[in-house]
Design a binder for this molecule. Sequence first.
Ligand code: HEM
Length: 411
Amino acid sequence: MTTTDTAESTGADAAPAYPTVRAGCPLALPPLVGEMREERPVARVTLWDGSRPWVITRYADARQALRDPRLSADLHRPGFPFISPVQKLQQNQDLPVGFLRMDPPEHSRQRRMLTQEFIVKRMERMRSEVDAMVDRLLDDMIAAGSPADLVGGFALPLPSLVICKLLGVPYQDHEFFQEQSRLMLDQTAGLESVLAAREELRGYFDRLAVHKRRRPADDLLSRLVAEQETPGHLSHDEVVGMAAVLLVAGHETTANMIGIGVLNLLERPDQWAALCEDPALVPGAVEELLRYQTVIHTGLPRVATEDIEMGGVTIRAGEGILIQLAAANRDPRFYDDPDRLDVRRPVRQHLAFGFGVHQCLGLPLARLELQSALAGIVRRLPRLRVTKPLEQLDFRHRMNVYGVFELPVVW
Ligand code: HEM
């Protein structure tokens, strides 16, 4: 039966506050999300600003929604859901938003400019460089001695180094670059410092793009300037925006996946031991970790452009939607025993990188980084352990990307 969500059919209780903190095990799905998937697979929630988007929690619905052209990713459309005030700010700023929050045909046009940069073949050529970065970071951490913070000392700097290399950020600017990107992604820091960091970074990319026009090198930013800005396919601001999107999209996600991925494995000593004994399991383990601990945990935001029937309800044109990848990736209708982490599981088509036209462009790079990071850690630090119990770790409950702020380890 299809019901429309009217004031009569849905009281406040039927639209619980969202997102919720994982009151129980921080590595499990938030109980509310699990309940919704089983009982009300397409249901309204209430966000911080009082808006009431729909949350889609089952695998089949999520996949269908992600490929549905009637769902828009354009954050300027009325009804687009914003998980946090920082995100909403983007909507009000007169800045190019990047193609992550655009629809075709402009989305496709801009994305196409980058597809060659992220093809598997090109990424594979980076593998030895990424391996070397992993080794250097582990060398430094080991030299500084145990205990250490695996997040600050390894998981955060790795994607930053990789993106610097890809974009062609000069080595001497690494520290500035890392500090600004860290501040920009720190949603606890308050709007002003996030905005200030964002401006610093935009200013930085602005100057760097001008520099690349004068002195092109073999890097992504030089190619964007030469092939897109100079012939007039993109404005200078759009090139700057694109560089910023690449930084943001690839940094926090990868860093948190490394941190919380390692934590999950250390919490399951049999799984950790299996990887240490047989590093050939690493690529499969990475996919299983992406499925099991999907770090984009509050849902991909969309807004309906037409009325849509899904999961027995009608989503009206102009209503917001959150596609809950974490719940979908643990849907028992699609995965056997989904709440069990199993590095030997042949993971089928998880949704951790999204699906459809916006599926993660950096997917080959993210896989490479995660594989290289995990292989490096199990090889160099097989005795790794976390020094605090789970309940004393600080989890990123209220962040867009889930994970741990710090992971204190010894080896
Ligand atoms: C574990 C690491 C990563 C995860 C879990 C992840 C996840 C995702 C997801 C779920 C989306 C879809 C967003 C949506 O549909 O609204 C996405 C898009 C995107 N990701 Fe990633 N990502 C990761 C790493 C990276 C890296 C390393 C890069 C590049 C340096 C990158 C670049 C992008 C870009 C440019 C988009 C926008 C694609 C589009 O809109 O067409 N990501 N990512």
